[in-house]
Design a binder for this molecule. Structure first.
Ligand code: DC
Length: 223
């Protein structure tokens, strides 16, 4: 039986950076489910699909195939065979992913892909509903969060390091909106699973969080 780790939490809590490092140390496959939602969002944006129109959305989703593969341990995501791993990393796609992921049809489309990965392999999967909906039987669940100020500050620094102009207030405002949408949608809202361990990374370094999670995995393995 495979060993599954679920990490959920809001945008900017450091999930993907931390998940990548933990997975590498444990020799697990890292599954970034946000990238899958972003891939569908990219397709919807490209085709100017109105996701409030159920018929239009359903027809559009029939034309979308999301697949993943690994190159040097890094997840690559494909939209109908095209590697879109870089194109999905824009704010526009992130916002559309947050909006469109509220639609049950979009979530249903990705359910099997995510569950099949977890059945076949030892995975560390991150997202918003992994512990609550996708892998309710995961051996370890972590809810990774941080204060809005800490998350916005990190995102601001990240963009500045890339040489991009940005405003801290704007980032904080967008983040609050995204959190609200992800936490208040009807289908699979972001919330801490009852049996998830809460980790607040506001005052922790990346390495401290990585060590904390590895420690939790060891405890679960010994149990
Ligand atoms: O983690 P991320 O920023 O790449 O995710 C983009 C959006 O996708 C996020 O705002 C909500 C949605 N998402 C989701 O609904 N469920 C997941 N398991 C992962 C992401």
């Amino acid at each position: 039986m495979s060993f599954n780790i679920a990490i959920d939490g809001p945008a900017g809590a450091g999930k993907s950076t931390i998940a990548k490092k933990v997975a590498e140390k444990l020799n697990f496959i890292y599954v970034d489910t946000g990238a899958m939602y972003r891939t569908i969002a990219l397709s919807l944006l490209r085709n100017k699909v109105d996701c409030k129109n159920e018929t239009e959305l359903s027809h559009a989703l029939d034309q979308v195939e999301v697949t993943i593969a690994y190159e040097d341990g890094n997840q690559q995501v494909f939209l109908n065979g095209e590697n879109v791993s870089n194109q999905i990393r824009t704010e526009e796609v992130g916002t559309m992913a947050s909006v469109s992921s509220a639609c049950p049809a979009v979530r249903a489309k990705l359910l099997n892909l995510q569950r099949t990965m977890a059945e076949k392999f030892d995975v560390l999967m991150d997202g918003r509903d992994i512990g609550t909906q996708i892998l309710p039987e995961a051996q370890l669940k972590v809810y990774l969060t941080a204060s809005t100020a800490a998350r916005a500050g990190r995102r601001y620094q990240e963009l500045k390091d890339k040489g991009q102009e940005c405003s801290l207030e704007e980032i904080e405002k967008d983040m609050k909106e995204r959190d609200y949408r992800d936490m208040h949608r009807e289908t699979a809202p972001l919330k801490q699973a009852g049996d998830a361990v809460l980790v607040d990374s506001s005052d922790m370094t990346i390495d401290q969080v990585v060590e904390k999670i590895i420690g939790l995995v060891q405890l679960r393995r010994e149990a």
